[in-house]
Design a protein around this ligand. Structure first.
Ligand code: DC
Length: 229
């Protein structure tokens, strides 16, 4: 008997930098045949534009105007999202240190967030997505079918980041300090701070392998898929 077509779910994965969201989100999306959207890349693209146009990261009105006049696109691909800013591929550039710092600063502004959230809702509305970020389960998709909050010990998260970027010595110290500052800002900002949704599965990946985390997430997705029919 042919299987009945399953409703395509919305899966939200939130958590701090270095918790392993991107890897889990992209592996999960691949397994399910869903698309993986990295919402942070949109804040990064706007931050890059602010750098290029010399707009202050503290000027909410100017940042909103910049956003309204920008085309930010995410294209899912095997190695993560391709990021297009006004049609230009800025994928590697938005991962650089200055943009990471700027993204954390532009994302504190409520009006910027409203604009981003509306775009993200349009992208994910039809389901069949794994969206990762900081406020996906709380604000962007409060009715997401599956909500995961992926965390890990701060020291482990720092180590993972430094290894990913092959950093040592002074560069490593600077990056670790910047990561801590971004974390603090993401968790303490007034607008949509990084907190687990009340109905999220909180997973601490500190002592877990990537495969173990993925397995736990898949088990939850399977239960929700059965429930969703
Ligand atoms: O996930 P990321 O490191 O690429 O995110 C970059 C910055 O954007 C991060 O400092 C916080 C912000 N961000 C956010 O405020 N809300 C999201 N949904 C995603 C990212």
């Amino acid at each position: 008997m042919p299987e009945s077509p399953q409703r395509k779910l919305i899966i939200a994965i939130d958590g701090p930098a270095g918790a392993g969201k991107s890897t889990i989100a992209s592996r999960l999306a691949r397994k399910l045949g869903y698309i993986n959207l990295e919402s942070g890349a949109m804040y990064r693209a706007l931050a890059l534009k602010a750098i290029e146009w010399d707009v202050s990261f503290d000027d909410e009105a100017a940042l909103l105007r910049l956003a309204l006049n920008s085309r930010i696109q995410l294209e899912p691909s095997v190695g993560g999202n391709r990021v297009l800013l006004d049609g230009r591929d800025v994928t590697p550039r938005v991962r650089e240190q200055d943009v990471s710092e700027a993204a954390s600063r532009v994302s504190v502004h409520p009006k910027v967030r409203e604009w981003m959230v509306a775009r993200q809702q349009e992208m994910g509305d039809t389901g069949g997505i794994v969206m990762e970020g900081r406020d996906i389960g709380t604000v962007v998709f409060p009715h997401a079918d599956v909500k995961i909050f992926l965390d890990a010990d701060p020291v482990i998260r720092e180590q993972r980041r430094l290894q990913q970027q092959h950093l040592m010595g002074k560069a490593a110290e600077a990056t670790a300090a910047e990561l801590r500052e971004r974390d603090r800002r993401d968790r303490t900002r007034a607008a949509s701070p990084l907190v687990p949704a009340a109905d999220a599965l909180v997973l601490d990946s500190t002592g877990m392998s990537e495969d173990e985390v993925l397995q736990r997430v898949e088990e939850l997705v399977e239960r929700k898929r059965i429930a969703a029919g």
